[in-house]
Design a protein around this ligand. Structure first.
Ligand code: ADE
Length: 226
């Protein structure tokens, strides 16, 4: 898989892809992540990527030309399954959407800033919009990192067996069960005895029950959807 991220703040995306699981996925060539600085696609000496909104009002708007130039230079070299604009107005990211996106070959993520992008970008240049939740971030970069992380960890070979994505919360529509590790007792706080029983069938049954109970208590909306 290949993910191309277009941004006017490329430094914001340096660390998420250079550590831990995402770094290993890149080193194993399971994913290529390229960050493109929108300013490299401007033609004026000030490398301007935004301008005042027509009609007035506070806040700058990202211009269509550098974005279009950048998208054209990428699409000339590869075919993309989706060109995604990161936006609080978009479809909200869920595990199910991450699963779908993890099966794509090539994706472009466009990060907005300021008051957003010229509406014509949304009308003509992108294929979908994704939000990571109902709140407004200062830009789409952190959201692009979240979407990329949620997708990349699902690519076969990225996670080791013991951290398999199949046991994650939401993967089957419910939260994951509680987990514990050594010591079995700490300051009098104990671990559920069944987990120490060595009986895999009992442990599985307990985990299933615990996951359902937890979902019912913490996320009743999810539970009703089961
Ligand atoms: N850009 C600003 N806020 C955002 C959000 N909640 N999701 C995706 N992109 C954003």
């Amino acid at each position: 898989m290949r993910i191309d991220i277009i941004t006017c703040l490329p430094r914001l995306l340096e660390s998420p892809f250079n550590d831990s699981i995402l770094k290993r996925a890149r080193e194993k060539n399971l994913v290529t992540v390229e960050v493109h600085d929108l300013r490299d696609y401007t033609v004026d000496p000030h490398r301007t990527t935004d301008d005042y909104a027509f009609g007035g009002g506070a806040g700058m708007v990202m211009m269509i030309e550098p974005i279009h130039r950048c998208i054209l230079s990428l699409t000339a070299k590869a075919k993309y399954d989706d060109i995604i604009y990161m936006s609080p107005d978009g479809e909200v990211l869920t595990q199910s959407l991450a699963n779908q996106l993890s099966m794509k070959e090539n994706l472009i993520l466009l990060c907005g800033h300021y008051k957003g992008v010229d509406e014509r970008v949304r009308q003509h240049l992108i294929t979908r919009e994704i939000s990571i939740g109902d709140y407004v971030l200062s830009g789409g970069e952190l959201a692009a990192a979240v979407v990329s992380d949620a997708i990349i960890r699902l690519i076969p070979g990225v996670l080791s067996d013991e951290s398999s994505a199949l046991t994650d919360s939401f993967q089957d529509g419910i939260l994951a069960p509680e987990v514990y590790t050594r010591p079995a007792e700490y300051k009098g706080w104990t671990v559920p005895g069944v987990l120490l029983s060595g009986n895999p069938a009992l442990i599985d049954a307990w985990r299933q029950e615990n996951a359902l109970e937890r979902t019912k208590k913490r996320r009743p909306g999810l539970f009703q959807g089961i």
